[in-house]
Write a protein that binds this ligand. Structure first.
Ligand code: OGA
Ligand code: NI
Length: 348
């Protein structure tokens, strides 16, 4: 990545502060009651999840049931992949048509991110609309691209993806219960889920005060489960506007509410802005899993959560078209804001 190209430089108001505050009170939730049949422990857990979703939009989980070896394996394979030369990595590079694979030119809000990425669809082929145009009914089948090295990456990602889907389904049951809904209320949305694993590598950066590993953004999908290494850099925006850093906890996962939960819950749970700082000494790795519904899903506030006093705050939108539009703006620098759920908000 070399010298600092102006494309990486954040506007002054979005630059990170090098002296950061580490989030006190950032929720840490022990999921062990899930592996028991203790009804009152599960009720307590549901309350904790609900509170964390409402107050933070983010929480960490421990005793989540994902075997540590699977996490270590994806972490080490990711390091092996990114260690290779750019030339090697570009053999599996993403193009406008082949949207999965390697790339190092992602933009968030039209500023380049200080990172390189490898994207993998958990279910193959992944189906997404060919274009954001609502009249274009064509659906594209997406296939993963696999590098020659490390040769086991495919199997590692498949295994890890299955673990993430299991965990995400359990979390969704807790979220459903916390909203007063039946535990399986969200299940049908994920029958043909369109989820993604992303390997993130944030190289060390000579000017961490000017650039960001990922610029401020909200996750557009339903739920994100992130594994971060021990370097740290993830920052979450609190309700008072202050950015707080999420302290790495060994073997914990960071979970956050995405835009889709915000819409389904009619703003009861909000998708919160976050970003990743870079570091002048250390490189950093993270592995987010983005849990997304099927492309044909129409996203709108759940009927059970709306009524005359609390009418739906969003018009229905199609998830596939939403993501097709996002993908286009992430791929190249555009001079317009990318699509946000606020574009579907019904003004009161
Ligand atoms: C993301 C993201 C944060 C991180 O990829 O959407 O927010 O710490 N990543 O890598
Ligand atoms: Ni994110």
């Amino acid at each position: 990545m070399g010298k600092v190209d102006p494309a990486f430089i954040q506007e002054p108001e979005h630059r990170p502060r090098i002296s950061y505050i580490e989030g006190e009170g950032f929720p840490l939730i022990d999921l062990s009651p899930l592996h028991s049949n203790n009804v009152s422990a599960i009720e307590g857990l549901v309350k904790e999840v609900g509170k964390a979703c409402k107050e933070w939009g983010f929480f960490q989980v421990i005793n989540h049931g994902v075997p540590l070896e699977k996490r270590q394996k994806i972490d080490s394979d990711s390091r092996k992949f990114f260690e290779q030369s750019l030339e090697e990595k570009r053999k599996v590079r993403r193009t406008e048509k082949l949207v999965l694979g390697y790339y190092d030119t992602e933009h968030t809000k039209n500023v380049r991110d200080w990172k390189e990425v490898f994207d993998i669809a958990v279910e193959e082929p992944a189906l997404i609309p060919a274009s954001p145009d609502p009249d274009d009914k064509e659906i594209t089948e997406l296939y993963n691209q696999w590098p020659e090295y490390p040769p086991e990456l495919r199997e590692t990602c498949q295994d890890y993806g299955q673990e993430m889907v299991k965990l995400a389904c359990k979390l969704f049951e807790l979220i459903a219960l916390s909203l007063g809904l039946p535990a399986d209320r969200f299940r049908s949305f994920f029958k043909d889920h369109n989820s993604l694993i992303r390997l993130n590598h944030y190289p060390s950066c000579p000017t961490p005060e000017l650039a960001l590993g990922v610029g401020r953004h909200k996750d557009g999908g339903a739920l994100t489960i992130l594994a971060q290494d021990d370097v740290g850099g993830l920052e979450v925006k609190q309700k008072d506007g202050e950015w707080v850093r999420v302290k790495p906890t060994p073997d914990a996962y960071i979970v956050n509410v995405g835009d889709i939960i915000q819409v389904w819950s009619n703003d009861k749970y909000e998708s919160v802005e976050h970003r990743a700082m870079v570091n002048s000494e250390k490189e950093r790795f993270s592995v987010p899993f983005f849990f997304n519904p099927a492309h044909y899903t129409m996203i709108k506030p759940l009927e059970e959560l709306t009524n005359e006093q609390n009418p739906a705050k969003y018009r229905a939108y199609n998830w596939g078209k939403f993501t097709a539009s996002r993908r286009r703006s992430n791929f190249q620098k555009l001079n317009v804001e990318n699509l946000q759920i606020s574009h579907f908000r019904i003004s009161d």
